[in-house]
Design a protein around this ligand. Structure first.
Ligand code: B1M
Length: 240
C-alpha cells in the first residue's frame, strides 16, 4: 500500500492502537506516517525516549525478525530504516535538549565493511542528550578514521559499532593499532552492536561492552567520572 492509499487517520487512534499502527507503518516503509505518528505521541505528552523505544525501536525489532527469516529483503528493510530515521529526526533535538553541561567528547562510528548505522545513530543521540559532544564519523571506518578523529577532537571515548559477525572482528584491529601507536591508554574504547557480547569485548581488549544506547550513556558517564578523577589526581600529584 502506498502512503497515499493509507486511509487510517492516525490522530484518531488511541495510544496503543497508534503504536501498533506505527509498527506496521515502519514495516511498510511509510516515512510520512512515521513522522506523523511520532509527532502525535509527543503532542499527547509521551517522552521522546518512550516514543523511540516503544514505537520505533520495537518496530525495527519486528522488521529484523522478518529480515532474518527471509520474509523481508534488503530494499524493504532500507525503506523501513529510512522511516525509522524520519522519526528519529524529530526526536533527535528533543533527546539532546537536556541542557546538561558538556561532560566529554566521544567519537562514534561503524567499523570497516559495515554500513548499519541506526543503532550507532541512536547511541549518538542519547549520548548528546546526556551532555556529550558527539563526533559521528559515519559507517565503514578503518582504523585511520578513528585515530584521525580521536586526535583532531581530543576525544575521551572511542565508540565502535558493528552489526555483522563478519565485521565485529575488525574492532580488534582498531584496538591493536591504537596499542601499536602508543595511544591506547589515552582513550576509553567502548563497543556495541547486536552480535557482540561482554566476553567478546573482553577478548578484544575493549574497556566496555554496551548492550544498548542507555547502557552506553551509563557506562560513558562512569568512564568520565574515573577520567576526571584521575586527571584531578594527576594535577594534585604534580603540585604536591
Ligand atoms: Co542488515 N543485517 N544486512 N541491513 N540488518 C542484520 C544486522 C542481521 C542480523 C539481519 C538478520 O539476518 N537477522 C544480519 C547480520 C547477521 C550476522 O552477521 N549475524 C544482517 C545482514 C546479513 C545484512 C547484509 C549482509 C544483507 C545482505 O546484503 N545480504 C547487509 C550487509 C551490508 C553491510 O553492512 N555491508 C545488510 C544490509 C542492511 C540494510 C542496508 C538493508 C539495513 C541497514 C540500514 C542502516 O542501518 N542504515 C539493514 C538492517 C536495517 C538490519 C536490521 C534489520 C536492523 C538493524 C537495526 O537498525 N536495528 C538487522 C536485524 C536486527 O538487528 N534485528 C540486520 C535497530 C537498532 C536500534 O539496533 O543496531 O542493534 P542495533 O543497535 C543497538 C545496540 O546493538 C547497541 O545500541 C543500539 C541501540 O539500543 N549498539 C551500540 C549498536 N551500536 C553500538 C555502538 C556503541 C554502543 C552500543 O558504541 C559505544
Amino acid at each position: 500500500m502506498s502512503e497515499q492509499e493509507q486511509d487510517i487517520i492516525l490522530s484518531e487512534l488511541d495510544d496503543d492502537t497508534l503504536v501498533t499502527q506505527m509498527h506496521d507503518d515502519l514495516y511498510d516503509g511509510m516515512a510520512t506516517a512515521i513522522s506523523e505518528g511520532t509527532q502525535i505521541l509527543l503532542d499527547r505528552g509521551w517522552t521522546p525516549y518512550d516514543v523511540l523505544q516503544k514505537a520505533l525501536v520495537e518496530g525495527m525489532r519486528i522488521v529484523g525478525i522478518d529480515f532474518r527469516d527471509g520474509i523481508l529483503f534488503v530494499p524493504e528493510v532500507l525503506l523501513a530504516a529510512n522511516s525509522m530515521k524520519a522519526g528519529m529526526a524529530i526526536l533527535r533535538p528533543l533527546l539532546a535538549e537536556t541542557g546538561a553541561p558538556k561532560v566529554g567528547t566521544m567519537i562514534i562510528g561503524t567499523v570497516k565493511g559495515d554500513i548499519h548505522d541506526i543503532g550507532k545513530n541512536l547511541v549518538g543521540m542519547m549520548m548528546e542528550g546526556a551532555g556529550f559532544d558527539i563526533i559521528d564519523i559515519g559507517v565503514n571506518n578503518d582504523v585511520e578514521d578513528y585515530i584521525e578523529a580521536a586526535l583532531k577532537h581530543n576525544a575521551d571515548i572511542i565508540g565502535m559499532s558493528a552489526l555483522l559477525t563478519t565485521t565485529m572482528g575488525y574492532m580488534k584491529v582498531v584496538i591493536e593499532t591504537f596499542k601499536q601507536r602508543g595511544i591506547r591508554n589515552d582513550y576509553a574504547i567502548v563497543v556495541g552492536g547486536a552480535p557482540l557480547n561482554e566476553a567478546f569485548a573482553d577478548e578484544i581488549g575493549a574497556d566496555a561492552y554496551c548492550r544498548d544506547a542507555s547502557m552506553a550513556v551509563e557506562i560513558a558517564g562512569k568512564i568520565m567520572e574515573t577520567r576526571q578523577g584521575s586527571a584531578a589526581f594527576a594535577k594534585l600529584a604534580a603540585v604536591g
